[in-house]
Ligand binder design. Structure first.
Ligand code: COA
Length: 535
């Protein structure tokens, strides 16, 4: 593979300005992360610690192997919602290594409204289980939750991907041979009782963990029986009388140790084999991504420059380098893992779509994971292109991506607009993981374009009634639409709603993608299977 020759002058004013602007955006992102992660001064956190309990992230740190990273998913879920009363949506999820095995960890944060579930908490829990299903990762549930946040019950209880889905997923995962382990470190009330009860193996902490279908207040209301939580469903009851739990732990630390011991007994999985290369740093410094990450979307950035700062040795074996230059395709290695990269370099034309579909097929046949780097305004529009069949060529690309069952990873490093989002493995195309850079934007189209379309529709409506749009009203409408798109296109709007798996610092991209590929090897890659391509 040849080394990409960077044409960027890192001393130019343009590069330095971009870097300066980007660092402001990065700083805001880091502050937002800190807000949800560092809450030591808050009363529920102080009370939680006084009870001798570890915080959710501390529990995870102890559970995973020393000096190994935890890939946290969607830490900014529910950001700017509910008056920010649900930091990280009250649940921590992610992938870590336990006794050398990749595992999916779900930990309730009892310092957030008693660890109860609002819509985003549910979405995050179900999304984490989806990651476990797709990558066949054993699951650890660190339970400390009051169940459904009752005022929001209509949004979290009854639908297909609501609370009940947790237990359905546990049963399905267990049937797939994917171990399900619960550590009861606090409350497991009502539906929540099924998390430990549906697990293959369950640990419960003395005088801390409780499991019951109906808590003491409900029991009193229903039957008049007066009972303490400990008598009703504490660790002693469940390990010696009911048999709902299997292991009795003295405290959080002990429970975590028991869980690690359980991992030693799990069957080793037969992994997908990839041809690995020695790990090598990129030749160009990944920190230079700060000067390249698109801030002003009107200025094009050659995505080869982005790739050069992400892949081993900055080496890239480009495919069809001379053809359809608005889509860059080629092979590289990321921390030794082979990867096929599809990156936007402008609007998608018919040729770029065919090239993309062809390259995706190559990766499917060769069983090489795919990395999509999105910076896309959409497919080309206009009479010439419609006549040339852009719809059917675009469809080929979308078709290939939808059916590509090799692990796909998507990083939005600029804009993600229109159907380009679909072709480039947007959320609806089941990439194993999807991340956004803090400068990224995502919406059906840009604000300017949307205001242009909507104003034109309005003018046509008025013209039919023999009226015209007053220039003042036109400007007011334009500003309103721009503002709405500005708010809704933000990566925080996206990540709060779990349209992605999180916002990441560009320099971490290669580490995160490598972890994603490592976890994906727990499931053998299937053979290529495609449907009918419209020719
Ligand atoms: N719905 C809505 N709010 C709830 C809640 C629920 N199910 N469970 C707890 N909360 C709220 C509390 O009102 C309190 O809110 P505040 O901070 O605004 O005052 C906050 O969460 C913390 O609760 P608190 O009881 O003070 O904390 P705790 O650590 O002592 O106890 C629980 C936590 C979960 C054990 C306890 O609150 C409880 O038993 N909740 C009810 C659980 C239940 O019956 N769930 C059934 C739903 S399926």
């Amino acid at each position: 593979m040849y080394r990409i020759e960077s044409k960027i002058d890192v001393n130019s004013a343009e590069f330095k300005n971009n870097r300066e602007e980007f660092l402001k955006v990065l700083n805001e992102y880091k502050k937002n992360l800190e807000k949800v992660r560092v809450r030591d001064e808050e009363n529920p956190v102080i009370r939680h610690k006084k009870r001798g309990k570890l915080l959710a992230r501390e529990r995870i740190d102890l559970l995973i192997d020393p000096n190994t990273p935890f890939m946290e998913l969607s830490p900014l879920a529910a950001f700017d919602a509910y008056d920010n009363q649900f930091p990280s949506a009250g649940i921590i999820t992610g992938v870590g290594v336990i006794h050398g095995k990749e595992a999916l960890i779900i930990a309730n944060d009892a310092t957030v409204k008693g660890g109860t579930y609002v819509a985003e908490t549910i979405k995050k829990h179900v999304r984490a289980q989806q990651v476990a299903i797709e990558n066949q990762l054993p699951c650890v549930y660190m339970v400390d939750s009051g169940g459904i946040f009752l005022p929001e019950q209509s949004k979290v209880f009854a639908d297909r991907f609501n609370f009940g889905r947790f237990f359905y997923n546990q049963a399905r995962l267990s049937a797939m041979g994917v171990p399900q382990i619960a550590i009861v470190m606090g409350s497991c009330t009502a539906g929540g009782a099924y998390v430990p009860a549906m697990s293959d193996e369950t640990i419960i902490v003395k005088k801390q963990g409780t499991i019951f279908i109906g808590g003491p207040p409900l029991v009193k209301a229903a039957t008049g029986e007066v009972v303490t939580p400990e008598e009703l469903g504490g660790a002693d009851v469940h390990t010696s009388i009911s048999g709902v739990a299997d292991h009795y732990a003295e405290n959080d630390q002990h429970a975590i140790q028991i869980c690690r011991n359980i991992f030693q007994t799990l069957e080793a999985r037969e992994k997908q084999q990839l041809e690995l290369s020695p790990v090598e740093d990129p030749f160009y410094d990944p920190e230079e991504l700060y000067g390249l990450a698109p801030i002003d979307f009107r200025k094009p950035v050659d995505s080869r420059e982005i790739i050069a700062r992400m892949v081993d040795g900055s080496r890239f074996h480009e495919f069809k380098a001379r053809y359809a230059p608005t889509l860059i395709t080629g092979f590289a290695n990321i921390m030794g893992y082979p990867v096929g990269i599809v990156a936007n370099n402008g609007v998608l034309f018919s040729e770029s779509s065919s090239k993309g579909a062809h390259f995706v097929e190559l990766c499917q046949v060769r069983k090489i994971p795919l990395l999509f780097l999105q910076n896309i305004t959409g497919f080309i529009v206009g009479k010439q292109y419609e006549h040339g069949g852009i719809a059917k060529d675009g469809a080929k690309f979308v078709h290939a991506v939808a059916n590509a069952d090799v692990p796909k990873f998507t990083v939005v490093f600029g804009g993600s607009f229109g159907a380009g989002n679909y072709a480039m493995a947007g959320r609806a195309y089941d990439p194993r993981l999807l991340f956004m850079w803090p400068n990224a934007r995502i919406s059906v189209m840009g604000g300017e374009q949307a205001s242009g379309v909507l104003i034109q529709v309005k003018e046509e409506q008025l013209a039919k009634a023999g009226k015209t749009l007053d220039p003042k009203d036109r400007e007011k409408l334009r500003k309103e639409i721009l503002h709405k798109y500005d708010v809704e296109g933000s990566p925080y709007f996206s990540t709060s709603r779990l349209w992605d798996d999180g916002i990441i610092d560009p320099v971490d991209t290669r580490k995160i993608i490598a972890m994603g590929i490592a976890m994906s090897l727990n499931k053998k890659f299937p053979d290529m299977k495609n449907g009918v391509f419209r020719m």
